[in-house]
Design a protein around this ligand. Structure first.
Ligand SMILES: *Cc1c(COP(=O)(O)O)cnc(C)c1O
Length: 423
C-alpha cells in the first residue's frame, strides 16, 4: 500500500492548515513512520551478527532526516562529497560512512579519507593507484556480469557502468593488499525497487560465495559484505509489501551456515534508501487549472522540479484528492506540472474524483528519490520540505528555492580568456 492508513489519518486532517501556513507545494515526511520502518529493519536482521544499515543519503539528503536515521543506529552510504559533508554535519564519521562513488575524481577520495574518514568502496581496479593513500580497510564494488540479471530500474549488470568484473576482483584485492590494505569488505548493488525477496537472498549467497573463494585465494578474512540497497516498496495499492522479516531470517541462516563451515563470518551491511523513507513522504500540491482538451488535464502547482520519477521512469505514484475519496465519479485525467516537457506529468489517464481548482492533491511515496532528484530546467524551482514530527508538530526543514537562489551562479566577477593569453 502507498502511504499508510496511519499517516493518512494523522496527516490529512492537518493538511488544509499546513497548506495555509506554509503554502504549497511541499514534500512532508513522517518521522513516526520512518522510525517504525527503521526499527523494523533492525529487528528483522537482529539474527545476523554485525548487521548495520547504511542509509543511502542520496534518497533524502536532508540533515533533519539523516539525524533520525542516525538515531536508529544507521550509518550512511554516500556517493559524493556533498553527501559526505551532510552526514558528517550530523555527527557521522569513520566507520559510519561508506563512500560508494563511481568515476571518482582524486579530490573526492581525499575528501572521503580526510575530515574524519569513511570506508572506501572502490568501483574499479584502476582506482587502487589513484587513492591518495590506501586505508587499512578497503572494499570493492563487485559486478557479477552475466552471472546475475539486474532489474528494470538498475539495468543488466553487463551494461552497468558500476563495479569490478568477476575476472578482476581477485587482482583488485591483491593490488590493494600490495598498497597496504589489511581488512576487507565486498559490496554489490544489483537491483533497485525489488519486491522479490528471493533476489536479495541470491545476492547474499553470491557475496558469501565470492568472499569464500577470495578468502581462500588471498588467505584473508572479510570484515563485511554489503548487499547494497534496492529493497522495494509497493508504489501501487495492489502490490505486496517486501517481506523484510523473511529476508532477515534467511540471511541469518546463510551467515550461520557460513560460520559453521569456516569458523568465521563477515558482518552484513545494507544500504537501503527507498525502503526506509520512501513510503513516509508525500508531495502535497494544489490544483490550479483544469483543461478540457483532447484529454482532461488537472494542472497543479508542482512539477518535475519536485518529483522526477513519473516523468523519468514512467513510475506510478498513487494520488489522493484531499476530502474527496475515490468513488463512482472517478474519471481519467492527466495530472500535469508546468514544464515545457510533455513528460511533466505526475499521472497519465489516472481515474480521480472530480478535481476543482484549489483542491489539495497528495502524491504518495516521495520520501526517497523525490525532492533530491528534482532539477531546475525551465527555471522551475524546487519546493520546500516539511517534517511531521513524532509529537505531531510540523517543522519546515528546507525552504523553497527562490529566483535569487536560481540566479546566484550568474553573479560573479567577470572573467575572460582568449587564445594566446596565459593559462
Ligand atoms: C541508490 C543507491 C542505494 C539506495 O538504493 P535504494 O533503491 O534507495 O535502496 C544504495 N547503494 C548505492 C550504491 C546506490 O547507488
Amino acid at each position: 500500500m502507498p502511504a499508510s492508513a496511519s499517516l493518512r489519518q494523522r496527516l490529512y486532517p492537518l493538511l488544509p492548515g499546513i497548506a495555509a501556513h506554509f503554502g504549497t507545494p511541499f514534500h512532508i515526511y513522517d518521522e513516526a513512520g520512518i522510525r517504525t520502518t527503521g526499527e523494523r529493519l533492525n529487528r528483522a536482521f537482529a539474527g545476523v551478527p554485525g548487521f548495520r544499515e547504511y542509509y543511502a543519503a542520496k534518497a533524502l539528503p536532508n540533515p533533519r532526516i539523516l539525524a533520525i536515521a542516525r538515531s536508529l543506529g544507521f550509518g550512511f552510504d554516500c556517493s559524493s562529497v556533498a553527501e559526505l559533508q551532510l552526514a558528517r554535519g550530523i555527527g557521522a564519521h569513520g566507520d559510519d560512512l561508506m563512500f560508494t562513488s563511481n568515476n571518482t575524481a582524486s579530490d573526492e577520495f581525499a575528501a572521503a579519507l580526510d575530515g574524519g574518514g569513511s570506508i572506501l568502496n572502490l568501483d574499479d581496479i584502476s582506482l587502487v593507484d589513484k587513492v591518495p593513500r590506501m586505508p587499512e580497510r578497503i572494499c570493492f564494488r563487485y559486478n557479477p556480469g552475466p552471472a546475475r540479471s539486474g532489474n528494470a530500474i538498475i539495468g543488466n549488470p553487463v551494461e552497468a557502468k558500476y563495479g569490478v568484473p568477476h575476472e578482476q576482483i581477485e587482482e583488485a584485492f591483491r593490488a590493494a593488499i600490495a598498497r597496504g590494505a589489511r581488512r576487507f569488505g565486498l559490496h554489490t548493488m544489483l537491483a533497485s525497487n525489488e519486491l522479490d525477496r528471493r533476489y536479495m537472498v541470491k545476492t547474499i549467497a553470491m557475496l558469501l560465495s565470492v568472499v569464500r573463494a577470495l578468502s581462500e585465494k588471498l588467505s584473508v578474512r572479510f570484515d563485511f559484505v554489503n548487499m547494497g540497497g534496492g529493497l522495494g516498496i509497493p508504489y501501487r495499492p495492489e502490490e505486496p509489501e517486501f517481506d523484510v522479516e523473511a529476508l532477515g531470517r534467511q540471511a541469518a541462516q546463510q551467515f550461520t551456515q557460513f560460520h559453521a563451515l569456516h569458523g568465521w563470518a563477515p558482518a552484513l551491511f545494507m544500504e537501503s534508501g527507498r525502503y526506509v523513507t520512501g513510503p513516509h513522504g508525500v508531495l502535497v500540491t494544489r490544483a490550479i487549472n483544469h483543461k478540457h482538451g483532447y484529454r482532461e488535464y488537472v494542472g497543479v502547482d508542482a512539477c518535475m522540479s519536485a518529483l522526477m520519477r513519473p516523468g523519468m521512469y514512467g513510475a506510478y505514484h498513487h494520488i489522493d484528492v484531499v476530502g474527496k475519496p475515490a468513488g463512482a465519479h472517478d474519471a481519467p485525467v492527466d495530472v500535469v506540472g508546468s514544464l515545457c516537457e510533455n513528460n511533466d506529468k505526475f499521472a497519465t489517464q489516472r481515474p480521480l474524483p472530480p478535481v476543482a481548482d484549489g483542491d489539495l492533491l497528495v502524491i504518495h511515496d516521495t520520501g526517497a528519490h523525490g525532492h533530491a532528484m528534482g532539477f531546475n530546467y525551465n527555471g522551475r524551482l524546487r519546493p520546500q520540505e516539511l517534517l511531521l514530527t513524532a509529537d505531531c508538530r510540523v517543522e519546515r526543514i528546507r525552504r523553497a528555492e527562490t529566483l535569487q537562489d536560481h540566479f546566484a551562479t550568474l553573479h560573479f566577477a567577470p572573467d575572460a580568456w582568449q587564445p594566446g593569453a596565459a593559462a
